[in-house]
Design a protein around this ligand. Sequence first.
Ligand SMILES: [Zn+2]
Length: 426
Amino acid sequence: MDLLLKNATYIDWKTLEFSIKNILVRENVSSLTFVADNEVEGVQHGVETIECTGRLVTKSFAVGHHHVYSALSRGMGAPGETPQNFHEILKYVWWTLDKCLDPAMIESSALVTAMACLKAGSTFVIDHHASPFAIKGSLEIIAKAFERVGVSHLLCYEISDRDGVHVAREGLSETDNYLRDHQGLVGLHASFTVGERTLTKAVDLMKKHNTGIHIHVAEDAYDQGQSINKHGRRVIERLEKAGVLDSPKTLLVHCLHLEENEKELIRRSPAWVVQNCESNLNNNVGYFNGTGLGENIMLGTDGMHSDMLQSARAAFFVGQRYDNITYESVYRRFRNVHRYLSDNGFGGDGDNNLVILDYDSPTPVSHDNFFGHFLFGITSNHVTDVISNGKLVLKDRKITTVDENEILRESRKQAERLWSKMQQHS
Ligand SMILES: [Zn+2]
């Protein structure tokens, strides 16, 4: 059903212009129609009207880097051995977890992730998935779950040699199958778990499907050490030589431990960088600094949560000391994901994706001071309604497409299954 957002305070996400508008939103029509006050009655018939007086309406948000696979980890017990560094965090926590995932757990993880994204105002997710012993069909499970809830997506499977040649081969073939009839990327875990053969095959797939690579880059100094020892060159030099940086669809995630020549290679390439500073703080691996990396920087959550407003605030606060960041540049990074998606022709992020905020500010809000409200006032608690591809998927803070309670009950069950399986494997 078409929607009419009546009397909304509409904020153009590009110009930050404020205006009072009646907005007609049509399912599967990506552009918006603005209706004059004297024409509202004429269009109201057969249309669901949402009274938006006093509420802010703007383009919904999108997550630049997420991990569905981590959704059932919240509150799980400590690993059998206590990790002492980044590589051990992967080994004892995440690589123990992802090896235990099965199709039912993946489906629950995707459903609860999609619900959390909508509730925090995001209608599009770029995900990087791993389930080394349940690879086949895993991307289709996630795609279907996202679509059921009402979240658009750009998925990939994180191919890696860490579990042997056979598992790497399965990752490549899952990617090839999925990309035949879905938009998506070719995922690689990180340079230090990907050998030359697998890297070459992944880049071949990237070219075959005219897409990009989605890979963790220099998240920890360990990645650089391994690259120099095994391949005689630094991570970005290695990826550049393999052709990874040639695609404007390529996503280089983290990019913390880079030398000047590597930054220059990125800056001169069409590839994108995704910053995830809360994850960097949590893993104690260092601080992101965008200086010298060019304009193609966007933000992600790295699976820690699904709240992009929180990611933007964290990037601003951490960036005070470690980055060259301003109110304006953090907003730009927060919104750059839309430029990445539209410039590359990915579908699902048109103008008919909107968020409605019940933001009753104690101070005036306008075009001139919007950034101050963006960083210090507006939170996901203000999200009341979300429109995804023209469809009302969150209404008065309740998801309209699925039974939230049933999905959460099931995910708690799946989490218990996962945790007990992990105990047997650790
Ligand atoms: Zn990640």
